[in-house]
Design a protein around this ligand. Sequence first.
Ligand code: UD1
Ligand code: CA
Length: 468
Amino acid sequence: MQASALILAAGEGTRMNSATPKVLHGVLGKSMVERVLDALPPTKATVVVVGSGREAVEKELARIAPNVSTVFQAERGGTGHATRLAMPAFAGLADDDVILVLGSDTPLLRRESLTDFIAQSLGAAAAVMTAHVPEPFGYGRIIRDSAQEFTSIVEEKDANEAERKISEINSGIYLFQKGALISALAQLSRDNAQGEEYLTDVISILKGEGKAVAAFSINDFREILGVNDRGQLSECGAILRNRINDELMKAGVTIVDPASTWVEEGVEIAADVTLLPGTWLTGTTKISSGAVVGPRATLHSCTVEAGAQVSESTCDQAYIGEGATVGPYTYLRPGTVLGPRSKAGAFVEIKNSTVGPDSKVPHLSYVGDAQIGEGSNIGAATVFVNYDGVAKHRTEIGDYVRIGSDTMLVAPVTIGDGAYTAAGSVITEDVPAGAMGVGRAKQRNVLDWVLRKRPGSKSADAASRARE
Ligand code: UD1
Ligand code: CA
C-alpha cells in the first residue's frame, strides 16, 4: 500500500540562533527539509506543517517540491497539535490508508529505511521507528511492559528516573492508519510537563483501545540523528560526507583525505579518479577516469574529461577537456571550454570562451568571450578587452597563433592563423594570417637622463662606473 506523508516543520529552531528557519539550513548542498522529502518513498499525498519562518519555507517548498501542500500552524501547540491541524489535508484518503509522520530535521534518513519501516508497520494502527542510542537524553523513551510489548512513549521531561535510563528512544518517525490517528488525536490533552499536545500520546491511547501498536528499531541510529543546533548541523554534514566518500572509494575513486573532501550527491566520479585534499565538488560535476582534482579545488557543475588535472582552482560550469591542465590559482567561469591537452595556468581567468586543442594560456591572463583555435599560445599578462563599458565583444584567434606577453586584444578583433603579436601591443585592428601585429610606440632612449636629472644617486653612480 502506498503511504502518504506528513512532515512537521513548524518548530522554531531557537538553538540555531538564525534568521533562517531551521529546516532551510543546508547540509551538503541541500536544505534539511529537501533531504527529508528526498528520503520519502513515492507517496499518495505529502503535506508539510509550516509555522516559524512560514514564507521562506513555503517558497523553498514551491521550488523543490511543488506537489507538496502546506498547512499553517500559527501557534506551537506541540507535535500532536500540528498533526491534528493537518488531518483535513488528507480528507481524500480512506480510514485505513496509512500516513507516515516525521520531523523535518533528520537529514541523514535513507529512503530504504523508510520503505522498510512502512512495510514492517502495515497492519498496525500505529507504529514507531525506534533506535537504541548511547545518549538518550532529550528523546522520548520507548516503554515496554513485562512481556516486552510496546505500550507507550514517555517524554524526557515527563519521565521518572527508571524511564530515563531506557536507551531505546522514539525517532519521531511514525506510521499511522488515518482513521485511528484522527480518533486518537481528538483525545489528546495538554496535561504534561510541556503543556503541549504530544503526538506520542497517540500510542498509549490506541493501545488502551486494544488496537495494534508496534515499534521497530533501526539498525544505524545515526540515520535518525536530529539537528537542533549548528554543532549537530556540522556533525550531520560530516556523516553525510563520509557516507558519500565511502561509496566513491568502494567504486574505485582515490580520496587522499576524506575528511577534507566534500562531494555532493549529484556529482559523478569515475573509477581511478584521484581527489586530493581540500576538494569541494558540487552540482552536476562529472569527472572521468584518470583525472586528478585538487588539492584545494572547487568545481561546480563542471565536466572534467579523462586524464585532466585541476589544482588549487575554482571552476564554475566549465568543460575541461581530455588531458587539459588547470591551475594553480585559476578561475574558470561559466561557458569556458578547454580543448584536449590545453592549459589554463596560474592566475588565469576565463569566461565564455573556447580554448582549442593544445592551446595554452599559461600565466596571468584574462580571457573573455573568445574563441582560440588549435596550438596557439597566449603570452603572460594578456588581456582580452571584451567590454567597452556598454557591450561585450568577441575575439577570434586562429590556429598556431602566438600572442606576445602583455598584449591587449581590444574586441571585436580577429587574429588570423599563424599570426603573432608583439609583446606589449594594444591590438585594436585585425591581424591577418601569418602577420606580426605591432601596436605600441617605438622605443627611444634619452641618453644621460639619469646623470643629468639624478646626479649623486646610486643609479647615477652606477651609470658613471659603467662608462669608465
Ligand atoms: C519529539 C518527540 C520525542 C522524540 C523526538 C525525536 C513528541 C512529544 N516528542 O520530541 O518523543 O524522541 O521528537 O526527535 O512528539 N513541530 C511542529 N509543531 C509543533 C511542535 C513541533 O511542527 O508545535 C515539529 C518540529 O518542527 C519538529 C518536530 O515537530 O520537526 C518535532 O518537534 P520537536 O520540538 O523537535 O520535538 P521533541 O521535543 O524533540
Ligand atoms: Ca527535536
